[in-house]
Design a protein around this ligand. Structure first.
Ligand code: ASP
Length: 449
C-alpha cells in the first residue's frame, strides 16, 4: 500500500483536484492521501495558509476580519462549485473558518497554529467529499483520530514516538483515508503544527506508521534535478538516489522536500518517490534506502551561500590538549551552531551559516580566542559558498576528486577549503560566493556532459 501526499499547487483549483482524482483512481494501492492547503493558482496568487496568517493577525489586533474570512471561504467555494459538490460541505467549511475568530486570545499558545491548520483540515474534508462523489469511497480523518500526537512546541512540533503504533491501526480501514497534513495534536489536545511546508512530514510519518511500501510525494516538478535549474540550463532529473545522497543535496540547497520529512520514512525503511501531479506518467525521482549499484560516481551537485569561516592559527596547536574543546565551548556559550571544522597542524577553521553570527558575537569570539586561548591569529571570512558533489558510489571510484579539482582550476576558481567526511557520500568545496555559480557549472559539465 502507498501513502500519497499532494502539495498545495496540486490542490489549488478544481482542475488540479481532477488530476488528483485520476491519480488516486489509477492505482488502488493509494490508500492514504495526505493533503496540503490550497496553494497558489498563479505566481502572484496567495496561499490559503498565508491568508490564514493575515486573518490571525487581524483577529489578534482586534480588527474587522470579515474580509479575511470571505477571501478564504471563497477559495474553497470556487473549488466546491466547480466540482459540483453539495452545499453542506461549503457550510461546514465556512463555519470552521468563522469559528476561529471566537477562540480565546489570551493564554492560548496554540492559537496561531490552530488558524494555520485550518487550511489543510478543511481541504481534507473537501477532498474526501470529492473522492466519495466520484466512485472512490473515502473518509476524512483528523490527526487526532489518526493518532498523530506531537510535542507541545508551537509551529515546530515533533512527532511523539508513541504515534507510530496507533497509526498502524489505520491499515484496517477499507476506504481511502484523507488526512490533513502539517499538524498533529498534543497530549493536551491542542492543535500544533510542524514548521512551514510540514505536510511532507505528515506524509512521511504516516508512511512509516502504516508501514507503507512507498511514500509518494506529488508536487509540480518532474523530480529532483542533478543541479539547480536556475544555474544550469535544463539539468537532467535524477531517476534514483539514496536517502543519504538526498540528505547531502538537501543540506546544500536542494529544497524539493521539507528537511525533516526524510527521517520518519527513512527510519521506517519506506522508499519515497517525488512525482509531478501535472505529468504523472513521468517516473519522477525515487529515494531508496540502499544504493542499488548505479555506476555513476556523482549523482548531483549542489551549492549554497551565506557561509562564514572562523579561521584560527596557533603555533603548536596540535600539542595542546583540549584546545578544540575550548574553541567549541566559546561557540556553545554563545549558542552558535557550526557546520564543518577542517583542520591543519596549527590551524583550524570553523565553517558556519552567517545567520548564526551578529557583529557583537563576532567580536566576542575574537576577544575570547585571543585572550583566553591566546591564539596567534584569528579572522572571520564572510561571503563564502559551499559546493557539494554527491554520490555514494564515489567511495569505490578513483579520480573523482581529480576530475572535480581540474574542472575548477580550468575555470580559474580558487578553492578556500576542501572536506570529505569518512562516509565518502560527498566532497565539499568552499569557494568565494562570487564563484559559486561558475563552480557548479564547471562541475556539472565535468561530471555529466
Ligand atoms: N500549508 C502549509 C504551508 O504553506 C504546509 C504545507 O503546505 O506543507 O506551509
Amino acid at each position: 500500500m502507498k501513502v500519497t501526499k499532494f502539495g498545495g499547487s496540486s490542490l489549488a483549483s478544481a482542475a488540479q483536484l481532477c488530476k488528483v482524482l485520476d491519480i488516486i483512481k489509477a492505482d488502488y494501492e493509494r490508500r492514504f492521501v495526505i493533503v496540503s492547503a490550497p496553494g497558489k493558482r498563479t505566481a502572484d496568487d496567495t496561499k490559503v495558509t498565508d491568508a490564514l496568517i493575515k486573518y490571525y493577525q487581524n483577529y489578534r489586533a482586534g480588527n474587522d476580519v470579515s474580509a479575511d474570512q470571505e477571501w478564504i471561504i471563497d477559495r474553497y467555494r470556487a473549488i466546491i462549485e466547480e466540482l459540483h459538490l453539495g452545499s453542506d460541505i461549503l457550510e461546514k467549511i465556512a463555519t470552521a473558518i468563522k469559528v476561529l475568530a471566537t477562540l480565546p486570545i489570551e493564554n492560548n499558545r496554540f492559537l496561531y497554529d490552530t488558524f494555520l491548520a485550518a487550511g489543510e483540515d478543511n481541504n481534507a474534508k473537501l477532498i474526501a467529499a470529492f473522492f466519495s462523489q466520484n466512485d472512490v469511497p473515502a473518509q476524512y480523518i483528523h490527526p487526532r483520530e489518526a493518532g498523530i500526537t506531537v510535542s507541545s512546541e508551537p509551529s515546530n512540533a515533533r512527532i511523539l514516538p508513541s504515534s507510530y503504533d496507533k497509526l498502524e491501526n489505520l491499515r484496517e480501514y477499507n476506504d481511502v483515508l484523507v488526512i490533513p497534513g502539517f499538524f498533529g495534536v498534543t497530549v493536551d489536545n491542542e492543535i500544533c503544527t510542524f514548521s512551514r511546508g510540514g505536510s511532507d512530514i505528515t506524509g512521511s510519518i504516516v508512511a512509516a506508521g502504516v508501514k507503507a511500501d512507498l511514500y509518494e510525494n506529488f508536487t509540480d516538478v518532474n523530480g529532483i534535478f542533478a543541479a539547480h535549474p536556475g544555474v544550469i540550463d535544463n539539468p537532467h532529473s535524477i531517476p534514483e538516489l539514496t536517502y543519504k545522497e538526498m540528505r547531502e543535496l538537501a543540506y546544500a540547497g536542494f529544497s524539493v522536500l521539507h528537511d525533516e520529512a526524510l527521517i520518519p520514512a527513512y527510519r521506517g525503511k519506506v522508499p519515497l518517490v517525488i512525482k509531478n501531479t501535472n505529468n504523472p506518467d513521468h517516473p519522477g525521482t525515487k529515494i531508496v534506502i540502499e544504493n542499488t549499484g548505479k555506476d555513476m560516481p556523482v549523482i548531483g551537485i549542489a551549492g549554497d551561500d551565506h557561509f562564514v569561516s572562523i579561521n584560527i592559527s596557533k603555533y603548536l596547536m596540535n600539542r595542546e590538549v583540549g584546545f578544540g574543546r575550548k574553541v567549541l565551548q566559546i561557540l556553545e556559550d554563545l549558542n552558535i551552531r557550526f557546520e564543518h571544522m577542517p583542520t591543519g597542524i596549527d590551524d583550524m577553521s570553523i565553517v558556519l551559516r552567517d545567520r548564526e553570527l551578529t557583529p557583537i558575537k563576532e567580536q566576542e569570539i575574537i576577544t575570547q580566542l585571543t585572550r583566553k586561548l591566546e591564539v596567534d591569529h584569528v579572522d572571520i571570512q564572510h561571503d563564502l559558498s559551499i559546493i557539494m558533489i554527491v554520490g555514494e558510489n564515489m567511495k569505490s571510484q578513483v579520480g573523482v576528486m581529480s576530475t572535480a579539482t581540474k574542472a575548477l582550476s580550468d575555470n580559474h576558481i580558487n578553492l578556500t577549503m576542501i572536506s570529505q567526511g569518512s562516509s565518502e557520500v560527498s566532497i565539499m568545496f568552499v569557494v568565494n560566493s562570487e564563484d559559486e555559480k561558475k563552480a557548479v557549472r564547471a562541475l556539472y559539465n565535468a561530471f555529466f556532459k
